[in-house]
Design a protein around this ligand. Structure first.
Ligand code: GCB
Length: 588
């Protein structure tokens, strides 16, 4: 599915704003046909935004189940072709009606879907768009979860991951128009040799007898052209896409039939190569060292709602601190974030929402992770769909340098090998660029115990020596860190430490340094950096986390997870200045 973009043949308008909204605690909305008429007893809700931090009652913030959103929209009078509604993300399950007609259901809270409403509307019509959103996590959703009943008889959601289960319509909704037949998909593969570069493109379309023309421009000037469904565009004196310099060409693809142009699509293209060579991760043939963060889509009041201003601030801070990369922990982020990374020259490890496939973590369950009725074939099928949809959405972004198909899953058992082996293969097959694929390994499955990481192209490790283990004893933490990293280095693959960090309360000071103080976060990071610098196979350090973020409440968390180098309102803790000195004095 191609992302909506305005071209000569495609238009869209955003449906964001304040929609009617109501909770459905008894789950009667479908039976009572709420979509057939204006929502009764509705209040206003912002779209896009999570609803959880806009409401004020605990039962509503922590609500489990269905909520309803509704808006009216007008189909522009000039729109006589296909009309669709494109949702960038609805968390976690969406059912969509137009004027009482149920048209679609979509599972998965972090990837886009579209609903073709052509047969249900006419140009100039005003129609009612209703969306039922269910935030329930089960063993067959990603992330997974279980619903329990509390002693007080309330429904409560248990999950095995460490961020608040925000829900709602999280990203823009667009009404779009495009030709009835046209461009279905575009793939690009780019290459470099000295001062020459090239773009191999492939266009999938459903125009009978359609002929494809591809034009590559640089700041409006044509640099190469080709004809045919697939072909190569050669670029002399290429400006490669690099860290900190996200140079983008624009590929325009047009499909014409005997009557002239039928459809046009435009795509920003960065010309670069990504490869793994032994211990090294190569960008454009040169070794790179990743400096950056695991992040979250998380802000005060809007929760996981997308907001350009807040993300521009995040990118400004990444630049300020000298970061060159990020991981979309623990789910696919808005496509706008990837666009920003493309333009900024920031490398991205792109992650699926498969977090918490591990019943030993965050609240635990005391039951095995894998098995019928828990993480089983149905979960695996959905997981495969999520991997395919993520790669289909993001494959053409130059910023994406690796795929993470899961964060901290159980990885030491036969069941884990049987589950992940085929998924890793599917991810490799799905990416035309064949970027490296892996899982992010959990500390409970160290070197010698984890059986899935050896099947991956990269070693990605989340490690909390000095925090969850060796708490307060950084000398011992460094010994443990060195020993384990050296063992992993023996695998001959690049190692990225995808998480390391210490909870820190801004303003809490202690001399000598103590856990939770600003001094400890600094000493902790310095101790880890000294270890990383001594091991050649370590090619990346991603601090956990970029900023403090919301979690469910618990005795391990004080106002959420406080491992941010920035506060939740995006101001630096003391450690940010220390990290900045290290990162800004390094090569790009
Ligand atoms: C982890 C998880 C991350 C948590 C973090 C922590 O290993 O991947 O989601 O937030 O640890 O702070 O405990």
């Amino acid at each position: 599915m191609l992302r909506p973009r305005e071209t000569a043949t495609r238009e869209h308008r955003r449906l964001d704003g304040r929609w009617a909204f109501r909770f459905d605690p008894d789950d009667v909305g479908v039976d009572e046909d709420w979509a057939a008429r204006p929502l009764r007893d509705a209040r206003e809700m912002a779209v896009p935004a999570s609803y959880n931090d806009i409401v004020t009652r605990r039962e509503e913030r922590e609500y489990v189940g269905a909520v309803w959103y509704q808006t009216e929209l007008r189909i522009p009078r000039g729109w006589h072709e296909r009309v669709l509604v494109h949702f960038e993300s609805v968390t976690h399950t969406a059912t969509v009606w137009v004027d009482g007609v149920r048209l679609a259901e979509h599972q998965g809270g972090y990837l886009p879907f579209e609903v073709d409403i052509t047969d249900h509307v006419d140009p100039g019509d005003t129609v009612r768009l209703t969306v039922r959103v269910d935030n329930t996590l089960t063993w067959h959703t990603l992330p997974p979860g279980v619903v329990e009943t509390t002693a007080a008889g309330e429904r409560a959601q248990r999950y095995f991951h460490d961020f608040f289960n925000y829900a709602g319509i999280h990203r823009p909704v667009r009404l779009t128009s495009r030709p009835p037949a046209g461009i279905v998909d575009v793939d690009v593969m780019t290459g470099l040799a000295g001062r020459s570069g090239w773009v191999d493109y492939a266009v999938d379309h459903d125009v009978e007898g359609g002929r494809v023309r591809a034009t590559l421009t640089d700041a409006g000037v044509t640099v190469a052209e080709a004809v045919g469904d697939r072909g190569r565009l050669d670029v002399a004196d290429v400006v490669a896409w690099e860290i900190g310099r996200g140079h983008l060409y624009e590929l325009t693809v047009t499909v014409s039939d005997a009557g002239g142009p039928v459809d046009e699509y435009r795509l920003p293209v960065g010309i670069r190569t990504v490869a793994v060579d032994g211990h090294r991760l190569l960008l454009n043939g040169e070794p790179v060292y990743l400096r950056g963060f695991g992040m979250h889509e998380d802000h005060v009041t809007i929760g996981k709602g997308h907001n350009d201003a807040l993300w521009l601030r995040d990118f400004a801070l990444l630049e300020w601190i000298g970061a060159n990369s990020l991981r979309t922990s623990h789910y696919p982020y808005s496509e706008d974030v990837l666009d920003m990374a493309d333009r900024a020259g920031v490398l991205v490890i792109d992650e699926t929402p498969a977090v918490g496939l591990n019943t030993a973590l965050f609240g635990g369950l005391g039951a095995p992770t894998f098995g019928p009725g828990r993480v089983d074939d149905e979960t695996r099928r959905h997981h495969a769909e999520e991997i395919a949809a993520l790669i289909a959405r993001d494959k053409n972004h130059p910023c994406v340098v690796a795929w993470s198909i899961a964060n901290e899953p159980e990885s030491h058992t036969d069941e884990a090998v049987a589950y992940f082996g085929p998924l890793l293969e599917e991810a490799r097959r799905a990416d035309p660029q064949r970027r490296p694929v892996g899982i992010v390994n959990v500390m409970l499955a160290p070197h010698g115990r984890c059986r899935v990481t050896p099947l991956c192209d990269l070693v990605m490790l989340n490690r909390y020596w000095g925090w969850y283990t060796h708490t307060g004893d950084l000398a011992s933490a460094a010994v443990a860190a060195r020993a384990e990293l050296e063992a992993w280095a023996g695998e001959g693959k690049p190692i990225i430490v995808t998480e390391y960090g210490a909870d820190t309360l801004p303003g809490l000071h202690a001399l000598p340094a103590e856990p939770w103080s600003e001094e400890y976060q600094i000493e902790y990071l310095e101790a880890m950096h000294e270890v990383f610098d001594g091991i050649e196979a370590v090619v990346g350090e991603h601090i956990w986390n970029f900023a403090d973020f919301a979690t469910r409440s618990g005795i391990m968390r004080v106002g959420g997870n406080r491992k941010g180098v920035f506060t939740r309102d995006r101001q630096p803790k003391a450690a940010a200045h220390v990290v900045r000195r290290r990162w800004r004095s390094a090569a790009p």
